[in-house]
Write a protein that binds this ligand. Structure first.
Ligand SMILES: NC(=O)c1ccc[n+]([C@@H]2O[C@H](COP(=O)([O-])OP(=O)(O)OC[C@H]3O[C@@H](n4cnc5c(N)ncnc54)[C@H](OP(=O)(O)O)[C@@H]3O)[C@@H](O)[C@H]2O)c1
Length: 250
């Protein structure tokens, strides 16, 4: 008998990028478990995915970034994955204008909590039971590659996240668990509404980013820019000497 396909768990499932990933995984006929804090929106997404080809769609209305709920959430997820083999996508995140964060230390702390601390604390709980063959895929950002004046609180949180994922990947390698870091560039989702130049070749659709995410999970790559061309852009930005970089408008 062919074994049942391993489930895909999406945390922060109301994100624009996460939805596009869920649609693609549903079309492959995989069982999905979706977690998000907005239960009404989650129900709408679940209904849409059920009319695609998903084998099953389970919904969990919880805030995955809330430390107080993470122990129960990780345990709930463990019981839904017999054998511990699955693909997990962590997609939640928040962005705020740097000027607001600079004027409000509480907002800076919240950007770091939502984009880094909460992912690390839940990630450790999930890593405790993930079995060989699993993939833990987390959405970071090109913003984490170099701090820039326009979004360095968000970028610093993503940089911390990238370093944490690198360490987790190192630890889980021998256990056969792949840790995949995705670094999207500008993507047209609610997070960036009104902030991006419509029609710019640098702005991607959530579906284009989702394609990169599924490919990276399938190939169990360590890190992937999404789309791939951000690799070249960020290589140039990272290599600029500080004397030039600090005078630039990047
Ligand atoms: N869009 C881009 O240009 C871009 C670029 C690089 C990286 N990323 C990253 O891609 C990931 C997905 O973002 P997206 O572009 O798909 O944005 P999105 O559509 O705005 O989704 C953001 C997600 O994060 C959740 N969220 C927001 N604030 C939260 C909070 N304080 N506590 C808990 N959950 C919260 C949202 O939940 P609700 O629906 O309940 O609000 C939603 O599920 C994020 O990690 C983001 O940093 C995005």
């Amino acid at each position: 008998m062919t074994p049942a396909p391993a489930p895909v768990i999406i945390l922060g499932a109301t994100s624009g990028i996460a939805r596009a990933c869920a649609e693609r995984w549903a079309e492959r006929g995989l069982p999905l478990v979706l977690v998000a804090r907005d239960g009404d929106e989650l129900a709408r997404i679940g209904a849409d995915l059920r009319v695609r080809r998903a084998a099953s769609v389970d919904l969990i209305a919880r805030d995955p970034a809330d430390a107080a709920q993470q122990g129960a959430l990780a345990e709930d997820l463990r019981t839904r994955v017999p054998g511990g083999r699955c693909t997990i996508l962590i997609a939640w995140g928040m962005l705020a204008p740097q000027a607001q964060a600079s004027a409000d230390p509480a907002l800076t702390a919240e950007l770091i909590r939502v984009n880094f601390t909460s992912v690390a604390t839940l990630g450790e709980r999930l890593a405790a039971w993930l079995a060989a063959g699993s993939v833990l895929c987390v959405i970071g950002s090109v913003a984490g590659d170099r701090g820039r004046a326009s979004n360095y609180a968000y970028g610093a949180a993503k940089a911390g996240l990238h370093a944490w994922l690198s360490g987790l990947r190192h630890r889980l390698f021998r256990a056969g668990v792949a840790v995949v870091t995705i670094k999207p560039g500008f993507t047209a989702t609610p997070m960036t509404a009104g902030m991006l130049k419509v029609g710019s070749p640098l702005v991607s659709s959530p579906d284009r980013v989702a394609r990169s995410i599924l490919r990276a999970c399938d190939r169990r790559v360590d890190e992937a820019y999404a789309p791939w061309f951000w690799w070249g852009i960020m290589a140039i930005i990272r290599s600029l000497p500080n004397a030039l970089f600090k005078r630039s408008q990047l």
